[in-house]
Design a protein around this ligand. Structure first.
Ligand SMILES: Cc1cc2nc3c(=O)[nH]c(=O)nc-3n(C[C@H](O)[C@H](O)[C@H](O)COP(=O)(O)OP(=O)(O)OC[C@H]3O[C@@H](n4cnc5c(N)ncnc54)[C@H](O)[C@@H]3O)c2cc1C
Ligand code: HEM
Length: 262
């Protein structure tokens, strides 16, 4: 638990940072992508450009920090974030990189008000949040590798069948290229797929819900063709360029299980 002084400094500066949320996230992502261009393969560039979720990471750190003295309030949120991160393959060594650019952005946004003591308090707060998420993600990676038929990282799947469900939706039946078994899953859980997108010059990762009941030999996902101008990168490439017989890299099943008894 951070010291009372750290908590006080962090909480006192959250409102100013939230008030300049757009400046904070703009500084943050500009810094991140110009200094660490390889992270463009990990972040969803459609989110960045389309203005949807691009604020999630930086603003979540602020929201999270507001509750820093009450870790139990953070547990459900941390679990959801950890599932998303684990579906993307976020590693412990990513945290200091993101932390460095986030702290620099906080300093830029606060300007002269950013004393060294305030920045040190934010560094400590970020470190606390990072430790919670790293622990949760390490456990998810361990559990998925240990599950029967499970794996960690990316596993090759063959596109066994493509079925056009409607003008916009096509289902893909994916079988493990290694012929091995698949882990059990429940409705609402999802896999991630990574595809190289030539027009962007980077890889992109997207999540797709498992759309058929669990079985031991294949996953089915049903992909809607997204966007027109520009066309959604991964969904359109799946529809138009990924043929039966090709392989796709797939990350292990993620997504919170429904609460017991629900
Ligand atoms: C847990 C989870 C489960 C999901 N399950 C499913 C599922 O079962 N089926 C399914 O179809 N989808 C599902 N999705 C959504 C899926 O992951 C993708 O987000 C979706 O396929 C769109 O990705 P894309 O790469 O095709 O589009 P993106 O390239 O991400 O584009 C998304 C939107 O942003 C716009 N955009 C992109 N770049 C720009 C730009 N430069 N300027 C302006 N606008 C831009 C595009 O026009 C488009 O409308 C799920 C998502 C999550 C998080
Ligand atoms: C304390 C640190 C962090 C917090 C609080 C945080 C928070 C979040 C939140 C709230 C989301 C959205 C989750 C959802 O959609 O359900 C998210 C998504 C994401 N995070 Fe983190 N995150 C942190 C660290 C990191 C790190 C170190 C990386 C690695 C580079 C990272 C990469 C991503 C990516 C790629 C997404 C998916 C959204 C996108 O592509 O834009 N995050 N994070």
């Amino acid at each position: 638990m951070p010291s009372p002084r750290t908590i006080e400094l962090v909480k006192a500066t959250v409102p100013a940072l939230q008030a300049h949320g757009l400046a904070l996230t703009t500084h943050f992502y500009d810094r991140l992508f110009s200094n660490e261009p390889e992270l463009k393969n990990i972040f969803n560039l459609g989110n960045q450009a389309g203005g949807q979720q691009q604020q999630a990471l930086a603003l979540a750190v602020l929201a999270y920090a507001q509750n820093i003295e009450n870790p139990s309030a953070l547990a459900p949120v941390a679990s959801r974030i950890a599932h998303k991160h684990a579906s993307i393959g976020i590693r412990p060594d990513h945290y200091p990189i993101v932390g460095r650019h986030l702290l620099a952005s906080i300093r830029e946004v606060l300007g002269e008000a950013a004393t060294d003591e305030i920045i040190a308090a934010w560094a400590e707060a970020y470190g606390e949040l990072a430790d919670v998420l790293i622990a949760a993600e390490t456990e998810l990676y361990r559990a998925s590798a240990a599950a029967p038929g499970g794996w960690s990282g990316w596993r090759e799947f063959v596109v066994d069948r493509k079925v056009r469900e409607s003008e916009l939706i096509t289902s893909f039946y994916l079988r493990p290229a290694d012929g091995g078994a698949l882990p059990p899953f429940v409705p609402g859980q999802f896999i991630s797929i990574v595809l190289y997108i030539p027009e962007l010059g980077v890889e992109q990762i997207r999540q797709y819900s498992l759309s058929e009941a669990p079985n031991n030999s294949y996953f089915r996902i049903s992909v809607k063709r997204e966007g027109q101008d520009p066309a959604g990168a991964v969904s359109n490439r799946l529809h138009d360029a990924v043929a039966v017989g090709e392989t796709l890299a797939v990350a292990a099943v993620r997504g919170l299980l429904p609460a017991r008894g629900a």
